[in-house]
Design a protein around this ligand. Structure first.
Ligand code: UN1
Length: 517
């Protein structure tokens, strides 16, 4: 059974009657139409921004602890619906069930963190340089926030934006990915109904990328969007950054990664292999934090590769509702792009195992279920990638991991930084000096030690540098700086004008004073 998905603005579903509607298909069974989407024109995005903007002051006037209670209720209702939401994640984007459930858990974790922030949202009292004067700081909401998200984490990542934005007194217009439309409809319902949010506070607009850009451009020009949060590709991130920059705004950008995993001689090799397997092929390699290249010390390279290829061969690929490492790719457009990445394999590389789509003619031993109707691909390891190779230099969203060798830790750091991304990274070693040297030398925003490149917890800063982002951070207390602006206040109650810097009394230090002897 498929559902009709429409935009919801000011609490009302808007059916703009587009025909034909855009189908969202189950990538594990392309005959299963999960949703039929009514794609909105740009003016709907603009009107959603107007509605959100009109609703914002009243929402900001709701005391922060009361907004925190709304977040608490949302967390509870999501928890109560966790299995149903996870099943929908499995069905619409093919994420294996346990991972999907973990992703839903990430919304609850985010709510758990921010419900308390409703009773904190602290400002400071600050001493003044003059008597009878007090200084203060306050956090103000930014205003109307436009959130544009990818569908590989169709509920966790949106919650990282939407929960703190709402908690801090902003209103939201959300544009989710088309291929996760049904999931985002469910998410929106859980938030609005579960939180008792007033109409206009949280609006959802379904539109394609170009229409969203046009709507965003107009809404920014007319002054109805104050902040943009975007998760997606570096290319689109650059465009959003330029567009918001023209309006003197800095977007919160969470872009891709080419995340390195370094394995040094003292590492526990089995642990490193387990980490590489999950980093590289969990979510079929379609996380921003997925492993790009394993950089392995030359002295252990052959043994690492032997164990890594054996682990990949033994892993179960197949029906995501079962216990599998890897299900299908998210959507046809990702499968198409992934095939382009496979074309980057060069004669100097060594490929382990079959590549391409899993079919009866190109089978995968131990496949769980029937691959014929799904977007299933073989997991691939490519050994011998080097800087200058397209495979080494670029993000390859999908189940493909490069392997290269390093001669020393310094060499590993240079290789790890070479592609110019900087989201997450990992090092496997038992030498603490190497850990700290790696942390200092690496350009990534997130460093894992003896752990996977993916799997960030919901209350530690998440974000990247270089091609992975503009330094903005999500999660925990750090994301509050995205969704609030500091306002400072000074209050002089001396009854006279005391001029800063000019009327400051100084004590008289005896600079000649020396201790006897
Ligand atoms: C993403 O891929 O956009 O750290 C986010 C992780 C997840 C989130 C990834 N918790 O892998």
């Amino acid at each position: 059974m498929s559902r009709l998905v429409t935009s919801v603005v000011d609490g009302k579903p808007l059916d703009s009657g587009t025909s034909p509607r855009l189908p969202s298909l189950n990538p594990a069974n392309l005959d299963d139409v999960v949703a039929e989407i009514d794609l909105a024109p740009a003016r709907v995005f603009v009107s959603a921004a107007v509605v959100a903007s009109n609703a914002q002051q009243a929402w900001a006037d709701v005391p922060a602890p009361v907004r925190g209670r709304a977040i608490a209720h949302i967390g509870r209702v999501v928890e109560q619906n966790a299995e149903a939401l996870a099943r929908l994640v499995v069905r619409e984007i093919g994420k294996p069930y346990t991972e999907a459930l973990g992703e839903v858990r990430e919304i609850v974790d985010t709510c758990d963190f921010f419900l308390g922030e409703g009773r904190r949202l602290y400002g400071q009292t600050v001493p003044s340089e003059m008597p009878d004067k007090q200084l203060f700081t306050f956090r103000n909401p930014v205003g109307t926030v436009a959130v544009i998200t990818a569908g590989n984490f169709p509920v966790a990542v949106p919650s990282w934006y939407i929960v703190p934005a709402l908690l801090a007194g902003n209103t939201v217009v959300w544009k989710p990915a088309e291929y996760s439309a049904a999931i985002s409809q469910a998410f929106h319902e859980l938030f609005v109904r579960g939180g008792g949010l007033p109409d206009g506070v949280f609006n959802i607009v379904h539109a394609d990328g170009a229409t969203t850009y046009a709507g965003l451009e107009q809404a920014l020009e007319q002054g109805y969007v104050d902040k943009v949060g975007f998760t997606g590709s570096p290319e689109v991130g650059r465009e959003i950054g330029a567009l918001t920059g023209r309006h003197l705004q800095t977007a919160c950008l969470e872009l891709g990664g080419k995340n390195p995993l370094v394995v040094m001689p003292s590492a526990d090799l089995d642990l490193a292999v387990e980490g590489a397997l999950f980093s590289g092929f969990g979510t079929a390699g379609q996380r921003c934090t997925s492993l790009g290249t394993a950089i392995v010390h030359e002295s252990i390279h052959d043994e690492f590769l032997r164990r890594f290829t054996a682990a990949v061969d033994a892993a179960v690929v197949g029906d995501p509702s079962g216990d599998v490492l890897m299900g299908p790719l998210l959507d046809a457009k990702f499968a198409e792009r992934y095939e382009k990445y496979l074309g980057w394999i060069q004669p100097q590389h060594t490929v382990h195992g079959p590549t391409g789509r899993i079919t009866a003619a190109n089978p995968r031993p131990g496949f769980a279920g029937d691959p014929s109707n799904g977007l299933y691909y073989h997991p691939v390891i490519v050994d011998g990638v080097r800087p200058g190779d397209e495979l080494f230099d670029n993000e390859t969203f999908g189940p493909i991991v490069g392997v290269t060798t390093c001669t020393s830790l310094d060499d590993a750091i240079e290789l790890a930084n070479a592609p110019g991304y900087g989201l997450s990274c990992s090092i496997y070693t038992n030498d603490p000096a190497e850990v700290f040297a790696y942390r200092r030398g690496i350009g990534a925003g997130m460093v894992s030690v003896n752990n996977s490149t993916s799997g960030a917890e919901a209350h530690l800063p998440f974000g990247g540098n270089g091609k992975s982002g503009n330094g903005s951070r999500q999660s925990g207390i750090w994301v509050l700086d995205q969704f609030t602006r500091w306002q400072s206040m000074n209050w002089d109650y001396s009854g006279k004008l005391q001029k800063a810097q000019m009327d400051v009394a100084e004590l008289v230090p005896d600079t000649e004073f020396r201790l006897d002897g």
